[in-house]
Design a protein around this ligand. Sequence first.
Ligand code: N7H
Length: 447
Amino acid sequence: FLPVDDIQGDILIGMKKPKQLFFFYQINDAPMFKAVLRRLIYPFITSTSQLICTTCPPIKVMLNVAWNAPGLKKLNVFDDLLDPHFNLGQVADADALGDVPGRKTWVPPLAANKTHGVFLIASDDDAAILALLNQITTWLGTSITEIYRLSGAHRTGAMEGHEHFGFLDGISQPAVAGFATSVMPGQSLIFPGTILTNVLGDPNLGARPGWTKHGSFLAFRQLQQFVPEFDQYLLNNALNDPSASLTVAQGAELLGARMVGRWKSGAPIDLHPLVDNPAVGADPNQNNNFDFNHPLPFNINTDQKRCPWSAHIRKTNPRADQPSLGNHIMRAGIPYGRDTTKAEFKANKTRTERGLAFVSYQSVIDNGYRFQQKAWANDINFVPGKSDPTPGHDPIFGQNGGSTRFSSGLDPWNPAKDFKLKDFVVSRGGEYFFSPSMSAILNPIAL
Ligand code: N7H
């Protein structure tokens, strides 16, 4: 079993608090930073064992820490972690990820490429987050400069657990061998080294510096969502069957479900292709129990009546299309920004920014987040081996450098039809970090 007291809490299980702050900073004074980290900040860093402890008092405010490649160098840690994309950073990777060229959509502080580290602070309430942040920044004084902050928050009421387009999120995560106590029906069981560095299953096991054991690479992306524009698109392109039995609202709901691969309730369309089944969406024994294949005469390579090849959850976890255990990620993101207002829906226009503060953990950036973005979501030919039509982009977050995107298969009655898509999700930038083990934070990082 994995030593859960040595692994930061966000990696395998997620801090899962209703509020989370991402605080990006530059390090000015390494000796002072290290001393404060070691003596004062370290006791506040939340490990996995603290998160899974059932007999401990609830943790009011949680903290995780991570640094990018220039940050580790700034802290006199010069070892090569053997991840080329971590070494280069996300600014250099933006065009390859399919962002609008020249990082035109990035928020300036992230585009400026001055970040060294990030504090992830999570709690039930903003006041507790700000109190801890205030304490940390007071201790650190002039040894850091704030670069940027992003506040995430769960949606509330009936929308709790749903992201801004309205879909239930956080349903499907891989089960990590040596950590998971059970594997739910349909869940992938993966080696710990797909997520954690320098343990069984990490392709660079043994080659990386010893202290990277039980760490993980953290890919952060600020992804803006254009909710009224997405809804308007669904209405304008509402699906209908040959006997025209669907209302426009029903046809729009079906199109959205086919883009994601799940109904807003979480029910997979592979199991419930034409009508939602909220009971299945809410049931962990059923909501992941599918693999896109079905008994004959169904043909997984020609039939898109159930789930389109381009659907978001099929592009990012192709299951029976292409079993690939090494390309899984642990997602730990949180929505940011206020709910869409009535005025915005009425005008079909976004007026204030909202989206997903996306976080994924993986042992190799190019096998995890980067692979899913570049080789799966952005590649119009993925999944290969399908007969016509070409699958197209992932309609949710597939990127084409700001140029037109398309998906086929979205209309079950006319799968060859290409849907021209706007960018409903736009990159506001991000960075690649390394989230070290609890012991590595003390040595070598804070040493
Ligand atoms: Fe996705 N969405 O609301 O449409 N995602 N995602 N994602 N995503 C998932 O199954 C969404 C993004 C994955 O194992 C669900 O837990 C949005 C990025 C993976 O079956 C929904 C954005 C990447 C899965 C969304 C966004 C991924 C997944 C269904 C951006 C990686 C699990 C809930 C704003 C590069 C697939 C669930 C599986 C599921 C949405 C981004 C990956 C509803 C809005 C950047 C691996």
